[in-house]
Design a protein around this ligand. Structure first.
Ligand code: ATP
Length: 194
């Protein structure tokens, strides 16, 4: 069987326990052998916001996934033209790794918005989606052309988002239970969101 790799992209500002847990669910599903976490420098939909430096977001990602040997942090989007359109990254990786089968991984909340992504139909021509289920999120409206290329994986959701963490840190509240310990240390030492 071809080597199977899941691609999980994000801004990770910061990476949090929800990301770590969804990564584990993609691996546990048996659909992939490895998960490559794609750190996006400038995501098309978040360009207007100020983001933490690429290097610091990378340091946090490396720290968060240090204990998961099947997770690799991938920085290719920093070398590709910006903004980072997923289809461009997927095409590049398919060319570089012609013997690998890729899946594009996301949470069910992102699936609900997937039809608004630029070139979403071209992504589906390149690879199938792995979507971690999130009870309470409706994907019923998802178009059939998307569902035809989607595999759902079981997942127990954690209600955490990077924006919540930035808000809590700004208010001076503890973020210890939302991010891995090493990530909390980086945020505190560098006073990232205060
Ligand atoms: P922000 O709050 O800044 O929008 P975020 O927490 O959604 O950030 P991103 O880096 O934008 O984090 O997300 C990357 C990917 O992680 C997306 O596919 C998103 O669906 C998924 N994701 C984010 N939070 C969770 C969570 N709590 N559970 C499962 N998946 C999540």
């Amino acid at each position: 069987m071809a080597h199977r790799v899941g691609l999980f992209g994000g801004t990770f500002d910061p990476v949090h326990n929800g990301h770590v847990s969804i990564a584990q669910s993609f691996l546990d599903s048996g659909n992939i052998d490895e998960l490559w976490v794609l750190l996006t420098p400038y995501p098309p939909h978040k360009q207007e916001k100020k983001t933490t430096s690429y290097q610091t977001r990378l340091d946090m990602l490396e720290a968060a996934f240090a204990g998961m040997e099947k997770v690799k942090i991938n920085t290719i989007e920093n070398s590709l033209p910006k903004p980072s359109y997923s289809v461009q990254t997927i095409r590049y990786l398919k060319k570089e790794y012609p013997d690998t089968t890729f899946f594009y991984c996301m949470g069910e909340d992102s699936l609900a918005k997937f039809h608004t992504w630029k070139f979403y139909d071209e992504i589906l021509e390149e690879c199938d989606l792995l979507v971690a289920q999130r009870p309470g999120v409706f994907h019923e409206e998802t178009q059939d052309d998307i569902l035809a290329h989607t595999r759902f994986v079981p997942h127990t959701p954690l209600d955490i988002s990077s924006s919540d963490i930035r808000d809590e840190a700004k208010k001076g509240k503890s973020i210890q239970n939302m991010v891995p310990e090493e990530v909390a240390l980086i945020i505190e030492n560098e006073q990232l969101y205060s």
